[in-house]
Design a protein around this ligand. Structure first.
Ligand code: CDT
Length: 327
C-alpha cells in the first residue's frame, strides 16, 4: 500500500477587476484547509491568479501584462503577492501544482503549470494544446472569445513526467510518486496522456477553465441549446475525457476547476474531482465556489492496469501507430 491524501483545490468566481491579493488570500484559505485535513498535494486550476482573461479581446497592453508572472522568485517566476502563496504552502508542508500566465525573460508568454514543493519547482509544464483562435470572434465584450492562440505561445517542454520525492515518506517511504501535468484543453487529447502513461505516471495534475457557454467556439447555433443543456454537455465531455484517459493510462487524476460566473456573466463549469486508475470518480465538488475536494488514494492501485489490461510493453502495436505523428 502506498497511501496519500490529495486534494483538488477548486476556485470559484474571479472577476476581471478582482485584485491579485484578494485571490491569493482565498488560495491561502484553501491551503489552510488542506493542511488541517492532512493533505500532502493540492492541485489548483489553470491561470489561477486571475479571471480567465483569454475570453476577452484586450487592447490595453498593461492589463495583458498584469496577467503574467515575470520576476524569478524561489525557482518560480512570480510577483511578491504570489510569492506569499508559495511561502505559505512551504510553511504548511503542502505540495502544490498550480497554473499561471508565465512571461520569460525574453518576453515569451506561456500558459504554465508548476509543481512546487518547499518553494522549489519540481516539475514545470507549458500548455501544448491552445484552443480557440488568433482573432476574436467579436470585440463586443458580451461575446465569449477563446484567444489563447493570441495570448500564449504553444508549450515547448513536451510532456515530461517527474518524481515527487517530497511525497515519498507520506506514501510508505519506498518510491517517490511519478507525476505529470496537463492544462485544460490538453486533457481532451489522448496523445499527451499516452506520453505520460509511457513514463509510468501515477498522478496526473490538471487545472482548467472550461466555458459553459461559447456557441461561436463550439460552432453551434446559440438557439439550438439552452444554457443548462450546454453546461451539462460541457460537463459530460469533461468527465468523459478525464475518466477515459485516467483509465487507459492507469493513473490517478486530480483535476481542479476555475468555475462560477465571472463578472456575473461568463459561466465556467465546475467538475473538480479525483479519479482512480480504473476510471472511477472517488471524490468530486459539491459547489461552484472555492472548495477543497479531498481523497485518500493508494498509488499501488495503478499496478492493476499497468501490469494487465494496459501493460504497454506486452500489448501495444506501435507498427500501426505511425500516422499519429504525421501532420
Ligand atoms: N482553457 C481551455 O483550454 N478551455 C477549453 C475550451 C474549449 S471548449 C471545447 C477546454 O478545453 O476546456
Amino acid at each position: 500500500v502506498r497511501p496519500l491524501r490529495v486534494a483538488a483545490a477548486q476556485v470559484g468566481r474571479i472577476d476581471r477587476g478582482t485584485p491579485r491579493a484578494a485571490v491569493i488570500s482565498r488560495l491561502n484559505a484553501l491551503l489552510d484547509q488542506a493542511a488541517e485535513r492532512g493533505v500532502k498535494l493540492a492541485v489548483f486550476p489553470e491561470t489561477t491568479f486571475s479571471t480567465f482573461f483569454p475570453r476577452y479581446w484586450i487592447e490595453d497592453q498593461a492589463e495583458i501584462a498584469s496577467y503574467f508572472e515575470k520576476e524569478p522568485v524561489e525557482g518560480i517566476a512570480c510577483c511578491e503577492t504570489v510569492k506569499a502563496f508559495f511561502d505559505k504552502a512551504a510553511t504548511l508542508g503542502v505540495d502544490v501544482a498550480i497554473g499561471y500566465g508565465e512571461e520569460t525573460p525574453d518576453g515569451t508568454r506561456f500558459n504554465t503549470a508548476s509543481y512546487v514543493s518547499d518553494r522549489k519547482t519540481v516539475g514545470k509544464y507549458r500548455k501544448v494544446h491552445l484552443p480557440g483562435t488568433f482573432e476574436p470572434f467579436s470585440k463586443d465584450p458580451s461575446v465569449t472569445n477563446q484567444l489563447e492562440k493570441y495570448y500564449f505561445k504553444p508549450g515547448d517542454y513536451g510532456f515530461k513526467a517527474f518524481r515527487a520525492p517530497s511525497l515519498k515518506k507520506a506514501c510508505g517511504g519506498e518510491k517517490s510518486p511519478i507525476v505529470g501535468q496537463l492544462i485544460c484543453n490538453d486533457r481532451r487529447w489522448a496523445e499527451g496522456w499516452r506520453v505520460y502513461g509511457l513514463q509510468g505516471v501515477e498522478i496526473m495534475c490538471i487545472g482548467y477553465n472550461t466555458t459553459a457557454w461559447a456557441p461561436q467556439l463550439w460552432g453551434i447555433d446559440p438557439d439550438s441549446m439552452t444554457r443548462e443543456e450546454a453546461y451539462a454537455d460541457a460537463m459530460f465531455h469533461h468527465k468523459l475525457v478525464c475518466q477515459t484517459n485516467a483509465y487507459t493510462n492507469s493513473t490517478f487524476l486530480i483535476t481542479s476547476a476555475r468555475c462560477g460566473k465571472d463578472d456575473g456573466i461568463y459561466p465556467l463549469i465546475s467538475g473538480s474531482m479525483i479519479v482512480d486508475p480504473e476510471g472511477h470518480i472517488v471524490a468530486e465538488n459539491k459547489t461552484e465556489e472555492d472548495e477543497l475536494v479531498v481523497a485518500d488514494i493508494d498509488l499501488d492501485a495503478c499496478q492493476q492496469g499497468k501490469t494487465k489490461t494496459f501493460a504497454f510493453a506486452k500489448h501495444r502495436r506501435v507498427e500501426h501507430y505511425g500516422l499519429i505523428c504525421e501532420r
